[in-house]
Design a protein around this ligand. Structure first.
Ligand code: FES
Ligand code: FE
Length: 402
């Protein structure tokens, strides 16, 4: 732990993660198609996946559509007339046509299929269908196929398993309550940045689970304030392991190196937070990594999230969001919010090339194993739990074949 009298900062204990072992890790899961096919079924079609926030569905009739390439699925999320938020497969029960164009959002009282005009209410029920008397099926069997949906801290999660083994809150355990105290739970708006990258989802995500690279890849941006002369490798203050989820408290450099623009934008914000003691609050620099592909990090006034959705074994789509509570109260606040995202994009642009270079190296198949050091324990934890699910699924398949 931190020792104010010493010039170096000691890394936190990883004892709670002893069950993960310390050996080399097979490289195959980071590029192989066959492993990715297993992950699709074992991980992505059975886990709670973060796909949105309640502030995107402000009123009855509001809807969003999310494409989940990993499951070949398109999900329609609606808020019905009673205010309930639900998810459905975006597929007309008549002959499968997508009801709503992908990547759209808006507000509608009903959804009409573009093919033969079957019309559905926002609660998924079939409202009307032309010439329906000539079908051989009861209307009650023609509602939109529901998808399990749960909300925690305003964040919308869905599970493609028809009968999820665990509810979201059960899976999150004590983290659910902690997440509810964060600003994201009260967010009314956000800034978003979506990108595609030629890299496996775990390789992409892992870049944001370790601070080892900060001093080498982010010397210009100062490693996000998480490294400094006292702590050159950016050791966090603590780790937490919560089943398949994990947390850490990021260390904050007391004298961060800020660029001229950062000083302008953050110069007022940081002292204000310090003054209120907020930087040292229990959620000062908390990082929540929720299995499989979502993390949230931030200070008490703003939180940014990152969801890494696989597209294929070697391609992913990332969604960064910075959540905000309330509208901008003035032009400076507008600038501050825009600048926060610009700053995040600057840092990400430093990461991007090296992640893709890592993927190219792995794709060659030259490496049988990769190696995680003690302070890359969060990466090991993710891989361990992914593999645990993949192996259980393999056993299930083998059992079916007997
Ligand atoms: Fe939708 Fe026919 S496919 S109404
Ligand atoms: Fe980075």
């Amino acid at each position: 732990m931190n020792n104010d009298n010493s010039l170096t900062y000691s890394p936190p204990s990883t004892e709670a993660a002893a069950y993960l072992g310390t050996g080399p890790v097979p490289a195959g899961p980071y590029y192989r198609e066959d492993y990715f096919e297993l992950e699709r079924e074992a991980v992505f079609k059975r886990s709670w996946l973060q796909i949105g926030h309640v502030c995107e569905l402000p009123a009855p009739g509001s809807y969003i559509v999310r494409q989940l390439d990993v499951a070949d699925a398109s999900i329609l999320v609606t808020r019905d007339q009673d205010g309930a938020i639900r998810a459905f497969h975006n597929a007309c029960p008549h002959r499968g046509t997508q009801l709503v164009a992908e990547a759209t959002e808006g507000r509608r009282a009903s959804f009409t299929c573009p093919y033969h005009a079957w019309t559905f209410n926002s609660d998924g029920k079939l409202r009307s269908a032309p010439d329906f008397e000539r079908f051989y099926v009861d209307k009650s069997h023609c509602n939109l196929a529901p998808v399990a949906l749960e909300i925690c801290a305003g964040l919308i999660f869905i599970n493609l398993d028809k009968q999820p083994a665990q509810g979201l809150r059960e899976s999150l355990g004590e983290l659910a309550e902690q997440l509810e105290t964060l600003p994201v739970a009260r967010a009314t708006t956000f800034t978003e940045y979506v990108y595609e990258i030629d890299a496996n989802w775990k390789l992409t995500y892992d870049n944001f689970q370790e601070n080892y690279h900060l001093r080498f890849i982010h010397p210009r941006s100062g490693g996000g304030g998480a490294v400094g002369p006292l702590n050159p490798f950016g050791y966090p203050e603590r780790y937490g392991f919560h089943g398949e989820h994990r947390t850490q408290t990021i260390w904050s450099n007391p004298s961060p190196i800020l660029s001229a623009t950062q000083q302008l934008a953050f110069g007022r914000l940081v002292p204000k937070l310090m003054e209120k003691g907020l930087m040292n609050s229990p959620h000062g620099r908390e990082y929540y990594a929720l299995f499989p592909n979502f993390f949230l990090i931030g200070n008490p006034v703003q939180h940014f999230s990152h969801t890494v959705m696989p597209i294929s074994a070697r391609k992913s789509r990332g969604v960064f969001r910075i959540y905000w509570v309330g509208a901008d109260s003035n032009a400076s606040e507008r600038f501050g919010r825009e600048f926060s995202m610009a700053n995040l994009r600057d840092v990400h642009s430093e990461d991007r090339a090296v992640i893709e270079a890592g993927q190219r190296g792995l794709n060659s198949g030259a490496l049988e194993y990769i190696h995680f050091q003690e302070q890359e324990v969060l990466l090991r934890h993710l891989m361990y739990h992914v593999n645990e699910k993949v192996e259980a699924y393999r056993a299930e398949l083998a059992g079916d074949r007997q």
